[in-house]
Design a protein around this ligand. Structure first.
Ligand code: OGA
Ligand code: MN
Length: 296
């Protein structure tokens, strides 16, 4: 454990990303100094873990607002009815009953098992998220995070040169196609028709200026200007590289963990759990991105 200048006590959970932060009560307003320290740690360590934070949704929202404007998710079925800024990631309805497997919410929840970057199907993906564990299964349901700066830096020079400047097509339809249930029916969730977007494959972080790979396997359709098969092969090789284990931290949840990640230089995936027998509920607040990803 090492104490920073103020009262924060930090401990690395993984050499590449994931730092535990104690000595702050997220239910109380942050003073300027503590906010600055948390923000700096978030930018340098990519994923912060605040253990033992028994906070109400309203406090989570207030904490999140320190870092920017919050997204209201378009899909009513995912939102808390009391606080639209809270996106519920759960196999339970709001009364605590296990949802039917066919429900839209369940189907989207299952898709979080695929590696992804949040909202990569939007012009402006989210900046980051804050996630509070409210109910957890006895096994499974860990969340993996990959450091996409490290994944980029580990590529050989030839590959880096080859992929720099490439642009990737992302679409929400691609997510839907990966769900047998959602793709087979008319109700695909409350998304308006979302046109595909194009994002750089190699991006520059708007604040740190560091270069990272920008991958999101659940929305990536192909590489602009490349035959489909070649684009697919390139993306698949990069995905395998970035998720190989060298660049990933596995978060084993404890009740009342609050975690906060930078969505501009990480991706994540949930380890399956037995959703028909076990209960899992997390509440997310999502920071709206400042602008489209910047090509490196
Ligand atoms: C998310 C997500 C993570 C989890 O919150 O964006 O993909 O652990 N879920 O459920
Ligand atoms: Mn996600």
């Amino acid at each position: 454990m090492s104490a920073t200048a103020s009262t924060l006590i930090t401990k690395k959970r993984h050499p590449l990303l994931g730092t535990e932060v104690r000595g702050v009560d997220l239910a109380r307003p942050l003073d300027r100094e503590t906010f600055r320290e948390i923000e700096a740690l978030w930018l340098s360590d990519l994923l912060l873990v605040f253990p033992e934070q028994r906070i109400a949704d309203e406090a989570q929202i207030a904490f999140a607002r320190n870092f920017g404007a919050l997204e209201i998710h378009p899909s009513v079925s995912h939102r808390s009815s009391r606080n639209p800024e809270i996106y519920r990631i759960s196999n339970l309805d709001e009364r605590g009953a296990v949802l039917p497997r066919q429900s839209t919410q369940w189907q989207y929840m299952e898709l979080t098992r695929l590696w992804h970057t949040d909202s990569s199907f939007r012009e402006v993906p989210s900046k980051g998220s804050i996630l509070h564990a409210i109910e957890l299964p006895p096994e499974g349901g860990d969340t993996l995070f990959a450091n996409m700066y490290a994944a980029y830096e580990a590529l050989d020079t030839e590959t880096r040169t080859r992929i720099r400047g490439l642009r990737v097509r992302h679409s929400h339809d691609h997510i839907i196609r990966q769900s047998e249930t959602l793709s087979a029916r008319a109700d695909k969730g409350e998304y308006a028709e979302l046109p595909p977007v194009v994002h750089p494959l190699v991006q520059r972080h708007p604040v740190t200026g560091r270069t990272s790979l920008f991958l999101s396997p659940h929305t990536m359709e192909g590489v602009e200007g490349m035959p489909d098969a070649d684009g697919r092969a390139l993306l698949d090789a990069l995905i395998a590289h970035a998720t190989s284990g060298d660049f990933t931290y596995r978060h084993q949840w404890q009740l009342d963990d609050v975690i906060m990640w930078d969505n501009r230089c990480t991706m994540h995936a949930v380890i399956p759990f037995d959703e028909s027998r076990h209960r899992r509920e997390l509440h997310r607040t999502t920071l709206i991105g400042d602008g489209p990803p910047i090509a490196a």
